[in-house]
Design a binder for this molecule. Structure first.
Ligand code: F6R
Length: 242
């Protein structure tokens, strides 16, 4: 695993953006796996800036997202589909038909998981962008998710509901279930870019880099991937010297 420790969030986002832009410049019709949450916001801002400055075009890029809340339509401001349009897709030249995410309103959940798995198989990710949960989850693969998992539905851990409640008016409004790509789907990506900032991620980052490879800390599986770059700020990296 390549580890880049930077001073702060802005620097983390700068490095992340150069990795993404390099990927797109090398292969203008690449497939990007994308994440939501606070972590990649600075990255998305910079991707938009790079596009507006004419440095990069996303016209032939395809995007597949990690996860979506169950029960929220794509038009709901807290849905991940909405988040992606708001922060990235509506501000760059990616074609809406080339952006993919699970359908949070699917009535047949098993069929939706099968549809998404088939889509992922037909579209191997050249670069998968990830954040990490304070409990070491990646996408919504909470502790004890099997490493061989593919797209599935999950009940969110209480700590994740709490972490995510800052984006909702009331904690009761946070959906309790989600669709998520599985750990196997994530490991299928050719390259993985994982981002972490802030002291609340320090234990998870320690487990990711130095811990035992165990389903108790899902991100630890990335130790087995041949091409991972972790970009994190000093606060998130604080335990790496131990
Ligand atoms: C989001 C996702 C999650 C987040 C993680 C960190 O699509 O899959 O795993 O990456 O919960 O969230 P933030 O970035 O908000 O700290």
């Amino acid at each position: 695993m390549e580890i880049v420790v930077v001073e702060n969030y802005d620097e983390m986002s700068d490095v992340a953006c150069s990795v993404v832009e390099e990927t797109v410049k090398t292969n203008p019709s690449c497939v990007l796996g994308l994440a939501t949450g606070s972590t990649p916001l600075g990255l998305y801002e910079r991707m938009v800036r790079g596009y507006r400055e004419g440095k990069v075009s996303y016209q032939n890029v395809k995007a597949v997202n990690l996860d979506e809340y169950i029960g929220l339509p794509a038009s709901h401001p807290q849905s991940y589909a909405f988040f992606m349009r708001e922060h990235l897709f509506s501000k760059i030249d990616i074609l809406p038909g080339n952006t993919h995410i699970e359908n949070g309103m699917a009535t047949d959940e098993n069929a939706e998981c099968a549809r998404y798995n088939a889509l992922l198989d037909s579209m191997p990710r050249d670069l998968q962008v990830l954040g990490i949960g304070s409990n070491g989850h990646i996408a919504f693969n909470e502790p004890l998710t099997p490493f061989e998992s593919e797209t599935h539905t999950v009940a969110l851990a209480e700590s994740t509901v709490k972490d995510n409640s800052r984006l909702f008016e009331r904690i009761e409004d946070v959906p309790r279930r989600a669709f998520t790509m599985g750990l196997k789907n994530i490991m299928d990506a050719r390259r993985i870019l994982i981002l972490a900032n802030g002291a609340n991620k320090a234990n998870a980052v320690y487990g990711l880099v130095k811990g035992e490879v165990t389903t108790a800390l899902p991100a630890s599986i990335l130790q087995k991937h041949p091409n991972v770059v972790l970009v994190c700020d000093r606060a998130a990296a604080q335990r790496l010297g131990e």
